[in-house]
Design a protein. Structure first.
Length: 221
C-alpha cells in the first residue's frame, strides 16, 4: 500500500526491544533446517498476521511453496504450545519478544527444541524484509536452551514525524531513559532499550533525539 508513496517524514526516537523469529521443532525431530519442513505440519501464525507474512517469506527464501510444500496450521502462539503438547504439529515459526509467554510455555513443557536459522536464509530474508536484521537469542533465555540461537529480529522502535518539535523530541527521549527503571517494573522486555541499539533504527533520527544521544556520548558530536 505504500509503494510509490514513501513516508519520508518519519523520524526515530528510541529503540525499544527486538522481536526475534523463534524456529521450533518437535522434541526429537529430525528437522534440522528450514528446507526440512517440506511435507511437515507447521504452525505459521494466525491468518493475516505479521507472523504469517514473515513465515511465508522465510519459506519462499528456502525454496518452499508455503501453500503446497508444507501443511500449514494457522495457529496463534498459545494454540501452538498446545499443538506441540498434543503432537499435532512438527514445527513452528513464530515471532515475539524474548521471553514471550507462549515460547516460555513450550520450552518449560519440553515439547520442542530450538533450531538455528541458516545463514543463507538470514541473508535472503534480510534482503526481502529489510526491517529484519540478524539476531542471536542469548543462551538460557528459555529453559533447556543452553546455546545461543541464530535468528533474525525486527525491532520495535518509537517513531514520530518531522512535525514534532526538537524540544519535545529531546524531552521524550530523555524521559524514557531517565525513567527506565520505572518502565522495567511494568515490562522486563524493555531491558534492551539502550542507546547502543539506536543502530537498529532504520529511519532518520529526529534532531531532538540526536541532541540527547550526542549529550550522553552515544553519537559523535
Amino acid at each position: 500500500m505504500f509503494e510509490g508513496k514513501a513516508m519520508k517524514n518519519l523520524r526515530g526516537l528510541v529503540p525499544l526491544y527486538a522481536e526475534p523469529i523463534h524456529f521450533l521443532v518437535a522434541k526429537g525431530s529430525n528437522i534440522k533446517t528450514i528446507k526440512d519442513l517440506k511435507g511437515k505440519r507447521v504452525s505459521v501464525g494466525a491468518v493475516g498476521s505479521g507472523t504469517e507474512i514473515t513465515v511465508r517469506t522465510i519459506l519462499k527464501c528456502a525454496g518452499l511453496d508455503p501453500d503446497k510444500d508444507i501443511k500449514p496450521e494457522n495457529l496463534g502462539l498459545s494454540d501452538t504450545a498446545g499443538a506441540f503438547a498434543d503432537h499435532n504439529i512438527d514445527a513452528a515459526l513464530t515471532v515475539g519478544a524474548l521471553g514471550i509467554a507462549g515460547v516460555v510455555e513450550i520450552a518449560t513443557m519440553g515439547t520442542a527444541e530450538f533450531r538455528d536459522m541458516p545463514a543463507d536464509i538470514i541473508k535472503k530474508v534480510s534482503k526481502e524484509l529489510p526491517y529484519y536484521l540478524p539476531f542471536s537469542i542469548p543462551a538460557n533465555t528459555y529453559r533447556n536452551q543452553s546455546k545461543p540461537v541464530k535468528s533474525l529480529a525486527s525491532w520495535n522502535v518509537l517513531i514520530t514525524t518531522d512535525k514534532l518539535s526538537a524540544d519535545d523530541a529531546y524531552k521524550m527521549t530523555k524521559a524514557l531513559y531517565d525513567k527506565k527503571q520505572d518502565i522495567l517494573n511494568i515490562s522486563s522486555k524493555l531491558a534492551s532499550m539502550t542507546p547502543e541499539n539506536i543502530k537498529y533504527i532504520q529511519v532518520p533520527l529526529h534532531p531532538g533525539a540526536q541532541k540527547y544521544y550526542k549529550e550522553i556520548g552515544a553519537l559523535k558530536k
